[in-house]
Design a protein around this ligand. Structure first.
Ligand SMILES: N[C@@H](CCOP(=O)(O)O)C(=O)O
Length: 466
């Protein structure tokens, strides 16, 4: 296994190793790290994946991005441990809905959302790399969440030695269950901050902190800024195709989308050789990406609060990786325009990639509720509002009828009991893992949407790790 090199989407940072990429935030030039080449798997190897249990399949795909940074045998062990806590033996079960429609259940991990797939691996790999350092500096992680990343990152990092985490969520703009999943964890290396602003403010603060640095702290990312978050989401695309016997015939995925990490992982799966006919980018009323796909203009607006809060996002961080993949030379200028003017136009090569491989659809609140009722009435499935936005987009697709469409079920419905009750007239049963959070004390501080307010919490947590 050889060393994998990573490049920045802004084009002016030195190439970096897997280890440096995983243990850092944005690249020094402000960009996001990408592998210099996305490795392509031979067809026969993809066909063999169908035989593998999920942890083995994940390790095999991940090894293409880890390279020689961790020996293969150890990576296989890490993946066994990462998925041992999932409450379904298949890890990512594929459930039939009706006709060509399928649901890939990605909510069987510790925090009941798809974010556990990558973060359970990220936490273990960060610990592995940090533990191997002699006298190394502690790692201080800072992350932003619109609801699901927060608890999944906390579950992955809580109580780890030499790693601390400060997690920002937009005050009052995540569901009560999502908030309690974060704020009831009592671990000395975790701090939760409710930011007076939107998710976009939280993500902006995180990126500003990476750009400015905080004293001599060693900062790292748990968001999909971190390439391992993307890599950790690629294997379930292969797993779904293997289950459908579709590793050599076209299939499509409808992907509920906020920060574009999940959809970009699907793009990477395709680049690795999976025959993904279309990635259907599904959003709620914050339809920035479907609009961009339709018009070629990316234009930031005000984030609207919806029943699917994890998608209440206007700056979809990972879209930068797709822009770079399609037209590297244009990307730095476009990111500059986005920060100065809040908008930019796609170039012709970028539009070609989007037109050929992506479709977009957004669901307003009524359409989300309709899709939830469709799933219950047609297939006996209770789904959460984000999955419902995905299903809405899948049902509206104009793909030929013989192309199966897999909707990614990104969160358990019990994370959004009020929205489910409003659409279906009854509250979803809460799994055992969720019940405990209601009796526990919540711990978090409220801060202004200002990097300085967050920096002081990073310094405080670093002192406890020293
Ligand atoms: N929808 C996300 C927002 C953060 O996305 P990430 O994939 O970059 O961590 C959430 O639920 O927090």
């Amino acid at each position: 296994m050889s060393a994998i090199r990573y490049v920045s989407t802004r084009g002016s940072a030195e190439r970096a190793s897997f280890r440096d990429v995983v243990l850092s935030g944005t690249a020094p030039d402000g960009g996001l790290w990408m592998p210099a080449d996305i490795p392509r798997l031979p067809k026969a190897r993809i066909a063999d994946l169908a035989e593998l249990p999920y942890p083995d399949l994940a390790a095999l795909i991940l090894s293409a991005f880890v390279g020689d940074a961790i020996p293969d045998e150890r990576l296989f062990e890490i993946c066994q441990e990462a998925y041992a806590g999932f409450d379904d033996p298949e890890v990512a079960p594929l459930v039939p809905l009706a006709g060509r429609h399928w649901l890939l259940e990605l909510f069987h991990g510790p925090t009941l959302a798809f974010k556990d797939f990558a973060l359970q691996v990220v936490g273990r790999i960060m610990a592995e790399l940090i533990d191997a350092e002699e006298g190394g500096q502690p790692l201080v992680l800072v992350g932003a969440t619109s609801g699901d990343t927060g608890s999944a990152a906390i579950a992955a990092i809580a109580d780890r030695a030499n790693i601390g985490l400060v997690m920002l969520h937009p005050e009052g703009r995540v569901s009560e269950v999502q908030r309690r999943q974060m704020t009831t964890v009592d671990a000395p290396n975790i701090v939760n901050l409710a930011v007076k602003g939107s998710f976009d403010d939280c993500q902006r603060i995180v990126k500003q902190l990476f750009a400015s640095g905080v004293g001599d702290l060693r900062l790292g990312a748990v968001n999909s800024i971190n390439w391992l978050r993307i890599a950790g989401q690629v294997p379930y695309y292969f797993a779904a195709a293997a289950k459908l016997n579709a590793v050599d015939r076209p299939l499509a995925f409808a992907v509920p989308t906020g920060n574009f990490g999940n959809a970009f992982a699907g793009h990477v799966a395709r680049a690795m050789g999976l025959p993904v006919e279309r990635l259907i980018v599904a959003s709620n009323a914050n339809a920035i990406l479907p609009r961009t796909i339709a018009t070629g203009l990316y234009e930031r607006g005000e984030a609207l609060a919806t029943s699917a809060p994890a998608m209440d996002i206007q700056v979809a961080s990972n879209f930068e990786r797709l822009l770079f993949d399609a037209d590297p030379a244009a990307t730095p200028g476009q990111m500059e325009l986005l920060s100065q003017e809040g908008r930019f136009h796609l170039t012709a090569p970028q539009r070609r990639v989007l037109d050929a491989m992506f479709a977009g659809a957004s669901a307003h609140e009524g359409a989300i509720a309709d899709a939830m009722r469709w799933a219950r009435d047609r297939a006996g499935q209770v789904i959460d509002p984000h999955t419902a936005a995905g299903l809405h987009a899948a049902l509206a697709s104009d793909l030929p009828h013989d192309v199966p469409i897999v909707t990614l079920a990104t969160a358990h419905p019990a994370k959004f009991p009020d929205a489910v009750a409003e659409a279906l007239g009854e509250r979803p049963a809460a799994p055992e893992r969720l019940r405990a959070i209601f009796g526990r004390e919540e711990r978090y501080a409220t801060v202004e949407a200002d990097p300085k307010a967050v920096a002081s919490h990073l310094e405080d947590i670093a002192r406890t790790l020293a």
